[in-house]
Design a protein around this ligand. Structure first.
Ligand SMILES: [Zn+2]
Length: 328
């Protein structure tokens, strides 16, 4: 999943479908196109020599004969690809589809967001987005009754992966959204206690992590995690990636399992305090911890269900909530 996010690739057909739909909308519905075309598309940063330009050329080739029917569409293609890349959200359900939401896409980015969103299908089976503000008063407030928030508060979401380290998040944001994040988490030299990296070394370790993840073997993962924690902070993204899988592979009576679960829960409390993006990670860690000896099983399972309470019922998270409910 992380690799897909890093590449933001245009290789799948559903991506071509969205491009086609926007090109058709441009011709058939000038009013909506005017609204859409006012969103940022960053064409100035997507010229020849960039990955975005290569992807756009691939689209042009794929849609070749269709584009040749309409000169205007061919000319609008770079802008359309930019609009989609910069503004579209992957909606769920249905799995893998993407959409641009006129208001929701205006939410600013912060690496610790104060809104969360979920999707539900409307009567025409289109994924409708629901955005909730999560505030310091620890209360979820529907965006539509924004009046309850303090005047001047900015609403934010996260355009990148919350568990990634600062350098990786910032590189990803610069490469795909064309800005350098300067939020409080990025400005924190301790990276909310998860810092301490040297670029080349961590990249090499990242390759080892990828290899261990595809092997999915608990002995390989345990060995790598031991080596990683000698070099990196235990809350570094590489340790957490391995830890997330390893905690699910270790038997309940292995004390390492409880330790990994607790570390994941504590880290999520720091980087995603309002449950904006990592509710599935949190629920999995709570459930795995509930299996370990000496834990209050029912309390942890209850907390896991609480973490998933806003997830759509047919998503992976929604299905996990049902499994956990049956376990209580
Ligand atoms: Zn940031």
């Amino acid at each position: 999943m992380d690799k897909d996010l890093m590449r933001s690739s245009f290789s799948r057909r559903c991506d071509y479908l969205l491009i086609l739909r926007v090109l058709i909308l441009r011709r058939k519905n000038p009013k909506k196109w005017r609204v859409l075309s006012k969103l940022q598309s960053h064409e100035e940063s997507r010229g020849p020599g960039t990955e975005a330009h290569e992807e756009m050329e691939a689209v042009k080739q794929y849609l070749g004969s269709l584009l040749s029917l309409d000169q205007g569409s061919a000319e609008a293609l770079p802008k359309v690809c930019g609009l989609i890349d910069v503004n579209a959200l992957e909606s769920n359900p249905p799995e893998g589809s993407a959409a641009i939401y006129e208001t929701a896409c205006l939410l600013e980015h912060r690496c610790v967001a104060n809104t969360r969103y979920s999707f539900e299908l409307d009567e025409q089976a289109r994924p409708r987005i629901n955005v909730y503000a999560v505030t310091d008063i620890k209360k979820y407030v529907e965006l539509s009754i924004l009046v309850e928030l303090c005047e001047g508060d900015h609403l934010s979401t996260t355009y990148t992966h919350v568990l990634w380290a600062t350098r990786v998040r910032r590189e990803h944001l610069l490469a795909t959204k064309y800005f350098s994040c300067r939020c409080e988490r990025c400005a924190d030299p301790t990276e909310l206690l998860s810092a301490g990296e040297v670029a080349q070394l961590t990249d090499r370790l990242g390759e080892e992590v990828d290899a261990a993840m595809s092997a999915a073997d608990k002995d390989i993962m345990s060995d790598l995690l031991f080596r990683l924690t000698v070099l990196l902070h235990p809350c570094h993204q590489h340790c957490l990636t391995i830890g997330h899988s390893l905690m699910q592979l270790l038997p309940a009576d292995d004390p390492k399992k409880a330790e990994l679960c607790q570390r994941m829960i504590d880290t999520i409390a720091l980087v995603d305090p309002y449950g904006a993006r990592l509710s599935l990670y949190r629920a999995i860690a709570l459930r795995e911890l509930s299996m370990c000896p000496g834990q209050d099983r029912n309390e942890l399972l209850f907390k896991a269900i609480q973490a998933l309470r806003y997830e759509p019922p047919h998503s992976a998270s929604g299905l996990l909530a049902k499994v956990i409910l049956a376990e209580i």
